[in-house]
Design a protein around this ligand. Sequence first.
Ligand SMILES: O=C(O)CCC(=O)C(=O)O
Ligand SMILES: [Fe+2]
Length: 311
Amino acid sequence: MAFDVATVHLDEFTHGDAAARDAFVRTLGDSLVETGFVKVDGHRVTRQDVDAAYVAARDLFALPAEAKAAYVMPKGAGGYTPFGTEHAKDSEAIDLKEFWHVHQDVPEDHPLFATYGANVFPDEVPHFRPAMMRLYRDLEDAAQTLLEAIAVYLDLPERDLADMVVDGRSVLRVIHYPPLREANVPGAVRAAAHEDINLITLLPAATEAGLELLDRDGTWHPVDGLEGEIVVDAGDMLSRHVNLKIPSTTHRVVNPKTDDLPRYSMPFFCHPRPDVVLDAPASLVGDDEKHFPPTTADDFLNQRLAEIGLT
Ligand SMILES: O=C(O)CCC(=O)C(=O)O
Ligand SMILES: [Fe+2]
């Protein structure tokens, strides 16, 4: 099977002429259909913003364990999740990581404030909040544009998918994989094979290699982005909603050969609002069967969070 994770330039969709937009949509969509992944540059997520976020991430995870423990929130919503908590859906071993979640930030008088609550930020690292909020907004914008292009690829109205995620339950997950000599567990890997739950995930290039995807012939391929690129993958919610026209692809983060290197990454999990119904539009069912019954984004999310140890 042809195996090619394409690189596309987002400004060709936002600022290109009709031919450039068309080529962008085709290359992006074909790459997602064939591999579940695509790499994106020409976006407005600046290197300075990504670098500033990595500086804040390093400072945060360097805090003593007791300081970080003060930010563990019930139900793992926002804030800190310690090493040893999460495992992949079909894996017994824990993943070798600790992470911090920044979720959608809505004002107190917003109807979804009661659902999302206020974000939690670390007092000890004052630059964490502005760096992460900026990155969250940049990635959220880029995600909406990508969802517009995916809708066009699937002959849906351009805003159909993007409108689902306006004020959505999206999460920026700031991850630290410690050096193996500090934290290793026999049989465990940095992130065991899994599919993402959400619609699409945007990953600014990580600080080290290790991300791999599984092709349909059962072969693992490295899929690290270069500096400045965003690696994008399709999650299970998208795959359900588009009746499997785009697969959610299994991926993992493997352990490095040396035991002295930490790895930091910052996936942005783009989610719909909780009450959005995932239900394949008739045009994507056609002569095929509808592969999944309708479900709300929240019901689907809660079922999956329980399966990975986060509730
Ligand atoms: O750290 C990475 O590069 C990917 C992490 C990942 O796949 C996830 O958290 O879902
Ligand atoms: Fe993932």
